[in-house]
Write a new protein. Structure first.
Length: 268
């Protein structure tokens, strides 16, 4: 899976779903399985961003609380935008809660190596912000991930998105530790007004991280507008394919809706 399904895991006191459902700690889609928390950004960037982030986080729900301040550095403004656009559990619909862990900031990039092993790597040069959140719907076992990446320019964002179909075509079967994904392929993406391009990837998970056999399906949507990349993913047991697509698509539409006014503010 080039953009593994839910790239982040559930948070809060939400218990994992019973049965062989997707491992909420290793969802595919945003920061891939085996995602590791990046250890700190540069001290100067943190100091510059702290005031902006604190004012945006507000109650911690992640909703568009207030327009980001553009008075700091580009990195601070980009982080404010990403934090305001990425989704919180309530944005996914009734029944969703935080995964544990819940937020990755900064979030690693997914990568598929030459031997078709997937993993994570530090964000590439030219990344101003990368924030990812993971949610879980306990009763259905569906895990969702939302991610926002802001780059310094359009070409860097385009290259990021262009790598997704390249990895899908190169590795229809992917592995990471004992986890195994098969039938990885591109699928027609949904129409999302405002996005210049959208790539959709889907596949099946047949082995969990501990080697146990599972029967899960996933969908990852990666969209770009200008220098901002939005990604959503959903993974759940077989038989929930229609719901997986609806949930991932609705999440991408909501992030693009939020991004509209954020971009307008950034241009002022």
């Amino acid at each position: 899976m080039t953009s593994q399904p839910p790239s982040g895991p559930p948070a809060g006191p939400v218990p994992p779903p019973p049965g062989p459902g997707p491992d909420p700690r290793r969802p595919r889609g945003g920061a891939r399985h085996g995602i590791a928390l990046a250890v700190g950004a540069a001290l100067v960037a943190l100091v510059l961003a702290v005031v902006v982030v604190a004012s945006l986080r507000g109650d911690g729900r992640g909703g568009p609380a207030a327009p980001p301040s553009l008075g700091g550095t580009r990195a601070a403004a980009a982080h404010a935008l990403a934090s305001n656009v990425v989704l919180a559990p309530s944005d996914w619909g009734p029944g969703f809660g935080r995964a544990d862990p819940y937020e990755f900031d900064p979030a690693d990039e997914d990568v598929v190596l030459g031997n078709c092993e997937y993993g994570g790597r530090a964000a590439r040069s030219g990344t101003l912000a990368a924030v990812q959140r993971v949610v879980l719907h306990p009763s259905s076992g569906l895990t969702g991930t939302s991610e926002v990446r802001v780059f310094t320019d359009d070409p860097t964002a385009k290259r990021y998105v262009a790598e997704v179909p390249d990895q899908i075509r190169r590795c229809p079967t992917q592995h990471g530790g004992k986890a195994l994904y098969t039938g990885v392929h591109e699928t027609p993406p949904p129409e999302v007004p405002g996005l210049e391009e959208v790539v959709a990837e889907e596949g099946s998970q047949v082995t969990a991280d501990d080697g146990t056999g599972v029967d899960n399906r996933y969908l990852v949507l990666t969209g770009r507008t200008g220098r901002t990349v939005l990604r959503t993913s959903a993974v759940a047991g077989a038989g929930q394919e229609a719901r997986i697509r609806r949930v991932a698509t609705d999440a991408l539409l909501e992030m693009q809706r939020r991004l509209g006014p954020e971009h307008a503010a950034a241009r002022r």
